[in-house]
Write a protein that binds this ligand. Structure first.
Ligand SMILES: [Zn+2]
Length: 297
């Protein structure tokens, strides 16, 4: 073997072993929330390998894991879910890991707003699962995910702290931007009518009064009585605009605009990240709030 070949071969073996060591060191994460996926990627950086199983634009209320998804779960050390009863397939995840992976139901670690059931619905009180529409909740989620990564990989604690501090600072700047945007709209015009009841946390943080055409998930169909009450309300209160949602059928919303003077104010992202300008958390929140404020002004 020539010297050059020997050097090349040694270099290749070295490179391969460095690569293998890095890959083996990464924490394997399976995520069932587009919001959790962004947070764990931002905080974990090069120390995590994230498989995002609920993808942007997918309705998380309707999602069910496929056999291929469960095979990814079986390789993961950490499973992230949205929590607050969003996922009804947790037992399948537990089964897939054989109890070996940590399951972190992120939203279960902070307080919930409650949803009132509609007439005819059975359960009395439901936790509102759409926690990420509050920047404060996303800050809490960031700290919870940071602490979990430190637990799994204490050697890289300093990196996780540095990354989470940078992300938390971005979230503070985002909250300031959202507050300034909402301030453009007088308080008595902050009336938000959307398809499904997803924006209570946003309404609480920024002073909106909220009405939803459907219930907590897109599956809960609106009754005729509920829709006609809503039409009366929109007329009485002079609501200027109502909103469509990226994962929902626009039929009922469009009908309401025919019966009232409200126009379609745009499309909102109720159930997590989307595409285009809504493909990051910051972009999604700015899109939603700017769409609402600009249509109601
Ligand atoms: Zn939803």
């Amino acid at each position: 073997m020539s010297l050059l070949k020997k050097i090349l071969l040694t270099f290749c073996i070295l490179a391969a072993s460095i690569f293998a060591t890095q890959a083996a060191d990464q924490i394997k994460v399976a995520s069932f929330s587009t919001i959790d996926s962004e947070i764990v990627q931002q905080v974990g950086g090069d120390h995590v390998e994230v498989v995002a199983l609920v993808k942007p634009g997918v309705d998380p209320h309707e999602y069910e894991p496929t056999p291929a998804d469960l095979s990814e779960v079986s390789k993961a050390q950490l499973i992230l879910t949205s929590g607050k009863h969003m996922e009804n397939y947790l037992n399948k995840l537990q089964e897939a890991t054989g109890g070996k992976a940590d399951l972190l139901k992120v939203g279960d670690h902070f307080s919930s707003l409650k949803m009132k059931p509609r007439e005819g619905e059975k359960s009395s009180v439901i936790e509102d699962p759409h926690w990420w529409h509050s920047v404060g909740n996303v800050k809490q989620a960031t700290k919870i995910i940071r602490d979990e990564l430190i637990k799994l990989d204490p050697a890289d604690k300093a990196d996780f702290e540095k990354n989470s501090n940078a992300y938390l600072a971005k979230l503070d700047a985002l909250d300031d931007w959202l507050k300034r945007k909402v301030a453009e709209l007088p308080r008595d015009q902050r009336k938000l009518v959307t398809s499904h009841d997803a924006f209570q946390y946003l309404a609480r943080d920024y002073g909106f009064k909220i009405e939803a055409i459907e219930g907590v998930s897109a599956e809960t169909e609106a009754s005729n009585k509920h829709v006609s009450d809503l039409i009366d309300d929109i007329k009485k209160q002079g609501v200027k605009a109502i909103f469509l949602e990226n994962t929902l059928n626009p039929k009922v919303t469009t009908e309401i605009t025919r019966e009232t003077s409200a126009k379609i104010g745009g499309t909102l992202y109720p159930d997590g990240l989307g595409t285009g300008d809504a493909s990051t958390y910051e972009g999604m929140m700015k899109h939603n709030v700017a769409t609402i404020v600009d249509a109601l002004k």
